[in-house]
Ligand binder design. Structure first.
Ligand code: FE2
Ligand code: FE2
Length: 174
């Protein structure tokens, strides 16, 4: 893959991530407000804050690549995030926990992939931040996995595949 091609792929995946973080943050805002347990509220609120932080970091990366977010993705993110956030108040405890965990497992891979594109287009300076975000997504996935596994409903469902160990995010990259 040429450098230009990798740069285009990096921009594309960062635009997806930028809007995805917005959708996630709105969804988590609805989520933490919908749960009764104080510790769950605190942790999911913290996860919401971390998604906003990711969005800020990704926005800075896009600006550094002389580009910005994609309007259509942003509109989609607002709609999806708000619908999911509202849905948390209607769906009961289990579904948002399960859905969040499954999505978080994909977010880990998204930032790992972005880190590879960054390397391939000569933007080594972005790699550490991207892998750190992958590690934070790993912690998010772990949290929701633990919540789901302690629920009695999980007997009836399979949990999404478990991501590799957190240490491997960096080890597999080097
Ligand atoms: Fe995130
Ligand atoms: Fe996350």
């Amino acid at each position: 893959m040429s450098k230009q091609n990798s740069r285009d792929k990096l921009v594309g995946i960062l635009q997806l991530a930028y809007s995805g973080e917005r959708a996630a943050a709105y969804a988590y805002r609805g989520h933490w407000k919908s749960v009764a347990d104080q510790e769950e509220r605190r942790r999911i609120k913290q996860i919401e804050d971390e998604e906003w932080h990711h969005r800020q970091l990704v926005g800075e990366m896009l600006a550094g690549l002389n580009t910005g977010p994609k309007g259509s993705r942003e509109i989609r993110a607002i709609i999806i995030g708000r619908v999911l956030g509202l849905g948390c108040h209607l769906s009961g405890w289990f579904a948002p926990m399960y859905g969040a965990g499954k999505l978080e497992s994909q977010n880990i891979v998204e930032y790992q992939t972005a880190a590879r594109y960054a390397r391939d287009c000569g933007r080594q300076d972005l790699i550490d931040c991207l892998l750190t975000m992958a590690e934070v997504e790993w912690e998010h996935e772990r949290y929701f996995r633990e919540r789901v596994l302690q629920s009695r409903w999980i007997r009836w469902l399979k949990v999404w595949p478990e991501p590799p160990a957190k240490e491997l995010i960096r080890a597999s990259f080097d």
